[in-house]
Design a protein around this ligand. Structure first.
Ligand code: AMP
Ligand code: MG
Length: 341
């Protein structure tokens, strides 16, 4: 497939013309990758089953892992979803456009392919100006998972998307690096109480200011998928059962007192290098959660590109909700290999 790459970092006249072209391609059933403030998305017309199915093909993604539907206006929410709309609209007013995805019962018009066969739909309004412009010009809701090949770290720069999807999609819009850098917080609103299905930089505490209570985190998130205790035949966020964000090299996390963590990493690095291995180290500044989220996936991809044999990382403070969201991504990347020192 021929892929057009358009730079939309600055929304000048040329960029707007190209976004218009991309919007028409989306409306007609094509695939367009685009920047958002969380990670890059791989978009298709959410209301067109064949187009949505093409997303799974382009990514190599299992088709029972549902897609998030992106909208550009709060009024689109009621056309896609039903259920606790009062709560949903209050959350939308407070946090959209932004890194919040809400799960609600779906309306009939949303095709099964888009929801991975579920009777619920995931909806988000992204904050990135190019993304909003694209969705507006497409004139339809845009289904979009992260714009990486299935299993690779989510893309946070245009170059990452080109690396994974060039030749597999119609258009790649490249912009500035994603401001946030990890995926949206997913909040399930189908039960009596809201539940966080995927932690993100928008925290349960912040959601609590609108909900009136701090939502619980789905217990499935804390468990290793496929493990004895993680055995859950129907995980609430189907994505939870898949291996995600994995760099090519094995990764190991060390947690505990920061000085001991540094020492353990230095020792293990020296030992691996003595065996002729190339070692990559990820140590974030303490409690600099935003910076760490912004950098994490780019660091993992950089290590893949450099062909390191082993990645050693220091745990971040997961008593902070943003640190918890980061550790969720890091643990997945490391296949849950963590050593307490
Ligand atoms: P991605 O955009 O690749 O990060 O993946 C989207 C995430 O949203 C996946 O983990 C999905 O399982 C989750 N998701 C999408 N739709 C639903 C839904 N209706 N119910 C629960 N989780 C969903
Ligand atoms: Mg993804």
């Amino acid at each position: 497939m021929r892929t057009q790459v358009y730079d939309v970092a600055e929304l000048n006249e040329e960029a707007l013309r190209n976004i218009d072209v991309a919007g028409k391609i989306l409306a007609e059933g094509g695939l367009v990758a685009f920047p958002t403030e969380t990670v890059y998305g791989l978009g298709a017309n959410a209301m067109n089953p064949a187009a949505a199915a093409d997303i799974y093909l382009a990514k190599g993604r299992p088709s029972d892992n549902p897609l998030i539907v992106h909208i550009a206006d709060i009024s689109q929410l009621e056309k896609l979803a039903s259920g606790q709309m009062e709560v949903a609209l209050a959350l939308a007013e407070a946090f959209w456009p932004g890194p919040l995805t809400m799960i609600l019962p779906k309306q009939k018009c949303v095709p099964d392919v888009t929801t991975g066969g579920l009777n619920t739909v995931a909806v988000r309004m992204p904050q990135d100006a190019a993304a909003l412009e694209l969705i507006r010009r497409a004139g339809v809701p845009v289904a979009a998972p992260s714009a990486n090949l299935s299993g690779r770290p989510s893309p946070t720069a245009g170059a990452h998307v080109i690396q994974d999807l060039f030749g597999r999609v119609d258009v790649i819009l490249t912009g500035n690096d994603c401001r946030i850098g990890i995926e949206s917080t997913i909040l399930d609103l189908t039960g009596e109480k809201a539940v966080v299905l995927r932690p993100g930089l928008l925290t349960p505490e912040e959601l609590g200011t609108v909900l009136g209570y701090i939502p619980e985190i789905d217990p499935g998130i804390l468990k290793k998928p496929g493990s004895e205790e993680g055995q859950n035949p129907a995980p609430r966020a189907p994505g939870m059962k898949y291996k995600h964000y994995a760099p090519k090299a094995p990764m190991e996390i060390f947690s505990g007192d920061p000085r001991r963590v540094r020492q353990a990493i230095a020792d293990k690095k020296a030992a691996a290098e003595a065996e002729g291995k190339a070692v990559g180290v990820i140590l974030f500044e303490e409690n600099a959660f935003e910076r760490a989220a912004h950098d994490l996936f780019a660091r993992l991809r950089d290590m893949d590109d450099r062909g390191v044999d082993l990645i050693l990382a220091g745990a971040v403070n997961d008593r902070d909700s943003r640190g918890f969201a980061l550790m969720n991504r890091m643990l997945k990347s490391a296949g849950y290999r963590i050593t307490h020192v």
